[in-house]
Design a protein. Structure first.
Length: 322
């Protein structure tokens, strides 16, 4: 493993460490790094090359003296992010995928909000899709694009209505990230949902900074988010179970159980060709003991699954389609 250390920084202890895992993103990684170096609030930049074979490391080396970087064998994005956290020194952590972009005031605007907030707060912001041809989509507001008194309240709305925040909109206190635990290197899908779900289950207020945003590259073919293999499905179910258990340790009220039900049903619906995953979801339905027409499901499936449960509802749906 080889490392190039920062030779000089304009401040002794940076407020924010930006961690960029990179695996075969030669065409994009320089722009990602430049977007961090252009922040109006200076940041510590840490790039973890995860065994790239396409020239990405040569692009990273061009920033010697301005970033910290390291390289090693391919171990996956979660392991790379954990390495970045270990190398970082900031009070706040920002994760940035190597093909995405931070607009210049993203960090400064979120820091301004967090400095006025209670300890343990997290900050989020809108995102816009960035396309390889240079097009940038207008933001598509979600129901949960707002501030919440606690992170768990935001998490419940995301799970109830269906949705997500990608990796880049977050700014998280280092102490909170360490308390909630590292990225799970055993997962092959929904790694960010599981990681930030654990953070939200533990956090104080979740501040939505509407005046900031990030550019999130439209997922290419082969992206982790599009993997619908059984292995990926089992990973998604495990990610759900970890976060659901964190939620239910803190809250067992109707709203919490309804949100968990909606999430597990949506997961089973997306992975309905796998009988064992549907069976796990049915077991969770029994455990949660809530009657609801889960709003995260497509309208055509909502009534059947709400009335019959996920296993029988999916069987009837398949018969009707046949």
């Amino acid at each position: 493993m080889r490392r190039s250390l920062i030779s000089e920084y304009p401040y002794s202890q940076p407020d924010v460490s930006v961690i960029i895992p990179c695996y075969n993103k030669c065409a994009y990684v320089a722009a990602a790094i430049e977007s961090v170096l252009a922040q109006s609030h200076p940041c510590e930049v840490i790039v973890i090359d995860d065994g790239s074979t396409d020239g990405s490391l040569d692009e990273v080396r061009r920033f010697d003296g301005r970033v910290t970087w390291t390289t090693g064998p391919n171990r996956g994005g979660c392991a790379a992010r954990n390495t970045g956290v270990e190398m970082s020194s900031g009070t706040y952590l920002q994760f940035l995928d190597a093909d995405d972009i931070l607009p210049p005031d993203k960090i400064a605007r979120q820091l301004a909000a967090l400095r006025e907030a209670p300890e343990g707060s997290v900050a989020l912001c809108p995102w816009r899709f960035l396309h390889d041809d240079g097009r940038i989509d207008a933001p598509a507001p979600r129901l949960y694009w707002k501030s919440y008194g606690t992170g768990i309240e935001l998490l419940l709305d995301i799970w109830l209505f269906g949705g997500f925040f990608p990796t880049n909109p977050w700014l998280v206190p280092r102490a909170l990230a360490l308390a909630s635990g590292p990225w799970n290197t055993a997962l092959t899908a929904d790694q960010d949902g599981e990681y930030f779900g654990r953070i939200l289950a533990l956090s104080g207020p979740a501040l939505f900074c509407a005046d900031a945003d990030v550019l999130y590259r439209s997922p290419p073919e082969g992206a982790v988010s599009r993997n619908i293999s059984h292995r990926a499905g089992a990973s998604r179910m495990h990610a759900f179970e970890v976060v659901a258990n964190r939620i239910l340790e803190r809250r067992t009220d109707y709203a919490a159980r309804r949100a968990c039900l909606s999430r597990v049903r949506k997961t089973a619906y997306a992975l309905r060709k796998f009988d064992d995953i549907v069976a796990e979801a049915a077991a969770w339905e029994k455990r949660l003991s809530v009657f609801d027409f889960s709003p995260s499901l497509p309208p055509a499936a909502r009534g059947l699954i709400g009335l019959l449960g996920v296993r029988r509802g999916l069987k009837v749906r398949a018969l009707l389609k046949a």
